[in-house]
Write a protein that binds this ligand. Sequence first.
Ligand code: SF4
Length: 708
Amino acid sequence: MSETRTVHTYCRICEPTCGLVATVDADDRVTLKPDKSHPVHGGFACHKGINFTEIHHDPDRLNHPLARRGPAKSANTIGSFEQLDWSSAFTQIAERINAVRAKHGDDVFAMYTGNPSAFNATAREGARRFAGQVGVRYAFGSGTQDCTNKFAASERVFGTANLHPIPDFAHTRYFLSIGCNPRISHMSFVHTTDPMGKMRDIVKRGGKVVYINPRRIESASPATGEVVLIKPDTDLYFLAALIHEIVANRWHDEAYLRAHGSRVGELLAFVANYSADRVAGVTGIDATTIRTIAREFASAEGASVHCSTGVNMGRQGTLAYWLVHMLSLVTGNLGQRGGNLYSPGYFPAATVGKPKSDDPFFDTEFGRIRTITGSLPGNLLADYIESGKVKALFCMSGNPLLSMGGESRLRKAFAKLELLVVIDIYPNATSTLADFVLPATDWLEREDVNAISVGFHTEPYVQYTPAVVAPVAERKPEWWIYGKLAAAIGGADPEASATFDPLSRVSRQLAGIGLTLDELKAKEGHVFRMPDPEPELLFAIGVQNGNKSVDCCPEFFTPDLAQAEVIFNELEAEPADALKLITLRTNYMVNSWMHNVPSLKRDHALDNPLHMHPDDAARRGLAAGKEIRVSNHYGSVIATVKFDETLRPGVVAMTHGWGHGGNSRMRIASNHPGVNVNELLPTGPGSFERLSNQSFMTGIPVDVALAS
Ligand code: SF4
């Protein structure tokens, strides 16, 4: 009799959360395959998800709690660690927490939460308990590195941070994709299976797909759509010009706009400044092309629009996302078949995202700032530590040293922390400066529900997964670690509390569609498929402004609209041969992780060279493969030149998340260290968007010259 068993589960690396079938042998070795029986994914998955087993079985994983035993911390020391049992770890951390509190008071504790936590429906409950128990005063998260602009825009335009209308791929005749490369990223803030299949289907049925990007991205092909090259960090002006041309030529839907929008005149006054002719030089897109896109979008029988990280990470991501919503509204596509829809899924999250205040800003010594989705600006983390406001930091599923701007500065700051606790699956760069490193389970080792997809699904479903295998060694789920830490400093023990259920929130939300968690668990593949989103849901359920109208020009944005003109003038004045740095996503990593996976270390993914157009290189006398210095006001890195004709001249690109030199605890990663391009990013006051706390991470001016 075979001793293998199979488990229906799903991937938690990126937003499609593809269905997988895990086969587990008698020795608990796991193999993963796409789940052909999944009612939505039907066998779609990528190599990253399938190869996740290499992470699960990786001998370099964290398997036991570790306590630092030396050497004294400085920016570049790598800790030596002693293995502990869990009980000792909690006792020692509690002692350190109490010592910090006795010395500095209650208001010096901070948390940093990384991107994988968003894919973990069970983590939040334990983290919430711990934050309450220890009295976390300052919260930071990876959202301010790639997406908080979206929450900041929607909260003012729709009256809820949680409404992000998704393209109706099944019916759209024109899809405008800005700063998004679905073949590589599989999309963000829209959860759809096989996104390139969706692009192919649009083209096949006679529709059009246009990607706006600073490089000829991998997604483009005759079968999947064309690229229009744009200069980085100018998306706001491109979008403004589209709306300007649509309105000026009366291609818009006046009745729809007036019926659903307020403050329309203020919107039109803003875009009036940005005709196609005026923005052509700044955006790098000629006026005829802008007008053509405007006319085709406005005249399509169902046109949809989406923007992603290439837009989010610029200086004006909130305003750009505002105009994404406006483009959809003025053309009568918002909440219409083939346009952009609201897909509530099993819980209408839009109803719980209303802004708490008309003025969320408060005074600090770093300027007047706000929180967004609970987080302070990540680019102020070093400032908070350097100023002595933060003395202890708890970091879960994140690697801020590599994923945020200014690694050198962060290293010095982290070395000053009196307590740094890292909860992760790997001994990552941040953990080298930690006092305690606690081993978390991976997603094969914990139960879960795909709660991250609420509000984003083109084909809504909810899926439960049990843990595929028991945790290896002493790995524990984050909810348990944080819950036990809370208990160690006086809270209720999660294991002793009958009321503690890490999926309690999901259970409450499922009740809204009359489903219990047990019923979901009993369904085939643990999946419950819901009806596809209907156009009327956007205004009926999604929009939260009192009169159900869309605020076409929130007063909240007023200072930033004026600033947009200042930035436009600066862009216009830039020298013609200026170089702008963008980040390059690859299929061989995700954000700053997956560097220790042998099968993802292929010939073209062994390091992170500087991609440069040959014409730009020739002007600087640089040959392919030459060692160069990339530098700017904020820092410099040494890399090699890789010629790349997909780039718009004037644009250079590097992949972020590298820089593993010296971290020998991750052997594969340290054999292919690369350099951390985030050294070239600004940090501190003025380095993030006022409206959203989003760090400035793309369109960064740099110089490139031979290294010696
Ligand atoms: S597309 Fe994303 S979710 Fe799907 S298998 Fe690949 S990494 Fe996992």
